[in-house]
Design a protein around this ligand. Structure first.
Ligand code: ATP
Ligand code: MG
Length: 727
């Protein structure tokens, strides 16, 4: 598939493909960059009432708390944002304590961290310290998160409840002023646990510290905020202490809009309840549709968590930054991979293409392309009409060399019928094997046929040299071979007149090859299957596969013996000396085929009668010509005509080439016979025949049998024994 596309669109397609990939890469890169430059993610579920300030300084103010009227639920939740300070600070209006943090999100309680003043006593006396009274408010001291820390070097502290019942106490002592601050177990510091649901307390402190460390600091402090500094006796009396309060929502009506929240009773001193967003939902359960899935948490597989005001998925896969990095890496890898595979496939295609080109070049060379070019240039002017076809054109023309298109198979390959795009019907000859000796033949055929323009010679239209096996494209001759018409079963149509016309046309074409063409051409494979017939039964000589050009000053060429058994010139076979007279012998055999309607070699008969040419000569010599002729022909032709042609054949089949007539003379003789048969004079035997017939001067009935003839018969008998198999 890839190779078809590559073929169709070639480099252009691939370049476009690469451009698209690069554009894609840039687009993804831009998107990723844009994504990474997004503002930091903010808490998108609402926490304050719509239109209300939800933050003061860096403290979030969730409803029921609120800054300004209509923004809080009721007065205990009213918050004032003091903007006159260096950085704005929220204060819980009811107690005027600075708010450090308001939380709705603890799973089991709501908390509020406020800064409370440090309690200090420095004189040696018994001091009572009372807390703010949280009764009637939604707040109480958070026992688990706070501790009473007493810092000093000599004190005894008692924690009492509303009814002066002791809840706890501790004592501090110091070793000569040495304060140990790393734990609060009595040396410079002691602590008292805070009971739960405490909404009021009183501290009774007896201070007996002296000198430099005479002061005692007492604080109810968030356990997580305990630091050395806090218990330092030199701590400023204006220091503020973070104290954790719990709060409940009291009589706040919970919106019944959605089911993403749940409420249950709070643990405080009053009958309160608290509401929470369900797992995975964030926001404010006291607001309508206040519990939502934050934008950043949508699609989180392992849940969502909140860091300050930022939400992110639990697990590294959805951490926004990591996510962006991962996406970038994945995106880049994919694009890189695509580019890489793109390049790989480009390299692969380039290599494949190069290989294909090289192969084509190799085949072109192997198929004698250069030889052909060279020969064609030498014969310039004759090759104008020779077309070089591409493999694709011929594959399409023959329906991918379909079996249905096979016209026939010969010694050198298969011939296919093909339809060119211009509707011209052609015959395409595809060699079976490609070896150097056949290449030579192939090129010969191309060169010879390009020089020939004769109505009785099959026209070569072009060739294709790009394939492993060379391909030749001929004009299509529609009516089969002469061999088929002579030997195939069925009603016989080849009349005497047809025989004469076809043999005259063939003889003329061969005579033309021998003399009229710019360089004499010996066909070397004249036989009835190489004479094709068109719709008008016009003969066309085909198959110049074994043809050879003969330089004009040379009338004999030494060559490897080629031809078809039964048609082969015995002199050529024995001496390898090739001359035009070899074609004359073969043509003589074709004439015998026409006259007897027998095949040149019959494997069914005994050795004596196997070779038709020998049989024919023998019949003539034994004055039994009419015994071997086809009976129908005897009715159509005159005896004189039959004897004339018989003698002509006899001469063609002479053992010595020099005794054979030339093709020109044969053509003339046949033409004469044709004219005569059209204007018949006598059907009598005429021995006074001149010209060719004068060589033997056979009588009709009793031809003489001389020594020379019997020598020839004996020779041919020997020859046929030597030839073991047909070509
Ligand atoms: P050889 O290889 O010895 O010449 P052959 O003549 O039988 O044997 P091919 O020349 O390859 O073999 O031809 C095979 C068959 O293809 C022929 O017998 C003929 O039927 C058919 N043929 C060849 N050329 C043409 C053509 N130009 N038009 C139509 N049919 C053709
Ligand atoms: Mg042939």
């Amino acid at each position: 598939m890839l190779s078809i596309i590559q073929k169709a669109f070639g480099t252009m397609f691939y370049n476009m493909f690469q451009l698209i990939i690069i554009a894609l890469f840039m687009l993804v890169h831009q998107l990723l960059m844009a994504a990474s430059s997004l503002p930091p993610m903010t808490a998108d579920p609402p926490i304050a009432k719509p239109g209300c300030q939800d933050i003061c300084g860096n403290v979030s103010i969730p409803y029921p708390f609120g800054i300004g009227e209509d923004c809080y639920h009721s007065l205990p939740y009213a918050v004032t944002c003091n903007t006159s300070l260096l950085s704005p600070k929220p204060f819980l209006s009811k107690f005027n304590y600075e708010v450090v943090e308001i939380s709705l999100e603890n799973m089991y309680t709501h908390t509020l961290i406020v800064n409370t003043p440090l309690q200090r006593t420095c004189s040696v006396q018994d001091v009572n310290i009372t807390s703010i009274d949280l009764r009637g408010t939604p707040y109480w001291f958070f026992g688990d998160s706070n501790a009473f820390i007493v810092g000093g070097c000599g004190s005894s502290t008692l924690l009492l409840d509303r009814s002066n019942k002791a809840l706890g106490g501790c004592t501090t002592a110091c070793d000569k002023g040495h304060i140990i601050t790393n734990n609060c177990t009595g040396r410079g510091c002691c602590s008292i646990d805070v009971p739960s649901s405490l909404d009021f307390y009183r501290l009774n402190v007896f201070n007996f510290g002296k000198g430099e460390y005479n002061c005692t600091n007492i604080m109810l402090i968030n356990k997580t905020a305990i630091v050395n500094k806090v218990v330092d006796p030199s701590l400023s009396e204006f220091a503020v202490i973070p104290t954790v309060l719990q709060w409940a929502s009291g009589n706040i009506a919970v919106p019944s809009d959605d089911r993403n929240r749940y409420c249950y009773p709070a643990e405080g001193p009053l009958e309160n309840f608290n509401c929470y967003c369900k797992y995975g939902y964030y926001g404010n359960p006291y607001l309508p549709y206040g519990c939502q899935v934050p934008r950043e948490c949508k699609g989180c597989k392992r849940g969502c968590s909140k860091d300050g005001n930022l939400y992110h998925c639990i697990g590294i896969d959805r951490d926004p930054n990591t996510q962006r990095i991962i996406w970038f890496i994945i995106g880049s890898s994919i694009i890189g991979l695509m580019l890489c595979t793109g390049n790989m496939s480009c390299i692969y295609l380039c290599i494949k293409r190069r290989k294909h080109m090289k192969l084509k070049e190799k085949f072109f060379h192997q198929n004698g392309g250069f030889l052909l070019k060279q020969r064609l240039t030498l014969n310039q002017g004759n090759n104008d009409s020779t077309k070089i076809f591409t493999t694709q054109e011929l594959r399409e023309a023959t329906n991918n060399y379909s079996k249905n298109n096979i016209l026939g198979r010969g010694g050198f390959g298969t011939v296919y019928k093909g339809n060119l795009p211009n509707n011209q019907v052609v015959a395409i000859k595809k060699s079976v094997v490609s070896d150097q000796s056949q290449v030579e033949q192939f090129i010969n055929e191309v060169v010879i046929l390009t020089q020939i323009n004769h109505r009785n010679v099959v026209k070569l239209l072009g060739c294709c040299l790009e394939t492993e096996v060379p391909l030749l494209v001929y004009e299509y001759v529609s009516n089969g071979t002469l061999f088929d018409h002579i030997h195939n079963d069925g009603p016989r149509w080849l009349s005497w007149e047809h025989c004469l016309r076809i043999s005259t046309e063939a003889a003329n074409a061969i005579a033309y090859l021998h003399s009229a063409a710019s360089m004499p051409i010996i066909h070397r494979d004249i036989k009835s299957s190489n004479i094709l017939l068109d719709d008008n039964f016009t003969a066309k000589i085909a198959d110049f596969g074994v043809s050879r050009l003969v330089p004009i000053d040379q009338d004999q060429v030494t060559t490897l013996v080629q031809g078809t058994f039964g048609y082969l010139d015995p002199e050529y076979f024995l001496t390898s000396h090739l001359s035009e007279k070899s074609d004359v012998y073969s043509f003589g055999v074709v004439l015998v085929e026409l006259l007897t309607k027998r095949k040149p070699i019959s494997w069914e008969t005994g050795l004596e009668d196997r070779n038709l040419a020998m049989q024919f000569i023998s019949s003539i010599k034994s004055n039994q010509l009419f015994d071997i002729l086809e009976p129908q022909l005897m009715k159509e032709a005159s005896q004189e005509e039959l004897i004339t042609i018989g003698n002509l054949v006899d001469q063609c089949l002479s053992v010595k080439g020099e005794d054979r007539p030339s093709m020109k003379d044969i053509a003339k003789e046949l033409e004469g016979l044709m004219k005569k048969s059209k204007h018949p004079g006598s059907n009598q035997c005429n021995n006074g025949n001149n010209g060719l017939l004068s060589v033997h001067k056979h009588s009709c009935v009793q031809p003489s049998q001389d020594q020379n003839t019997s020598r020839q018969i004996n020779f041919e008998k020997e020859l046929i024994m030597e030839m073991s198999s047909p070509r």
